[in-house]
Ligand binder design. Structure first.
Ligand code: 13P
Length: 250
């Protein structure tokens, strides 16, 4: 099993362009680890200066969202081609904040996943259950339904390069991390489901991250689990702690 770990920061709606450049500079020497892929998913307006600033380093840049249409009258939206032209490699699709606050549903997210692949971007597809769903015992059923709908029409070869982020909604920004066993259980189920939908080789290759209050203190234990191939990190990606997460194996 040789999946490369992928540690991505999701900056959310934080950092002006000048603050973004300052953060990249602050983290520059801290996020060096040849054994992992490092990604900064940044606000749209920060993409151009951050791409410029990470040139020559091990860091790739991701977007936090995109629209599925090619171009045209979609005021305020950003296309996959714009992201590619700006030097973006990854794009977060279906974060729970976009599903919740911006009412993005699986039908829309499926179109975004398709467009991202078509444009040559790697989607970081988010899924996760609410606290109520966990308490009701429907976590895996819910996450399977999200994955099935979001990956409709996506080929095995595409899924082999996909990143899936399992982010329990109750663990996001709450300081309440899933235990490593809880996170592993769901990540393993996601992999089993990819095997059912596609095949064993595809399931072996897809990378599955955990996200939700991951920090310098808990990253090592979470990332030691066999089915957790990385992290999608919010709050802790905005400070020097991110360097410790990237170097969890040291
Ligand atoms: P926190 O790390 O702040 O809990 O955020 C997780 C997240 O939503 C990453 O996408």
């Amino acid at each position: 099993m040789s999946r490369r770990k992928i540690i991505a920061g999701n900056w959310k709606m934080n950092k002006t362009p000048s603050e973004a450049v300052a953060l990249v500079d602050e983290l520059k020497d801290l996020v060096v680890n040849d054994a992992v892929d490092v990604v900064y998913c940044v606000p749209a307006i920060d993409i151009v200066p951050v791409v410029e600033r990470v040139k020559g380093t091990n860091v790739s840049v991701g977007a936090e969202n995109m629209y599925f249409e090619e171009s045209g009258a979609y005021t305020g939206e950003i296309s996959a081609a714009m992201l590619v032209d700006a030097g973006v490699k990854y794009v977060i699709i279906g974060h729970s904040e976009r599903r919740d606050y911006f009412k993005e549903d699986d039908e829309l997210l499926n179109k975004k996943v398709k467009k991202a692949f078509e444009a040559g971007l790697t989607p970081i597809l988010c899924c996760g259950e609410s606290l109520q769903q966990r308490e009701d015992g429907v976590t895996t059923e819910w996450i399977r339904s999200q994955i099935k709908a979001d990956l409709d029409g996506i080929t095995a070869d595409q899924v082999k390069t996909l990143v899936i982020a399992y982010e329990p909604i109750w663990a996001i920004g709450t300081g309440k991390t899933a235990t490593s066993d809880q996170a592993e259980e769901v990540c393993k189920d996601i992999r089993d489901y990819i095997c059912e939908l596609y095949d064993a080789d595809t399931a072996e290759k897809v990378r599955i991250q955990y996200g939700g209050s991951m920090n310098a203190g808990n990253a090592k234990e979470l990332l030691a689990k066999p089915n957790i191939d990385g992290g999608l990190i919010g709050g802790a990606s905005l400070k020097a702690d991110f360097g410790q997460i990237v170097n969890y194996d040291k």
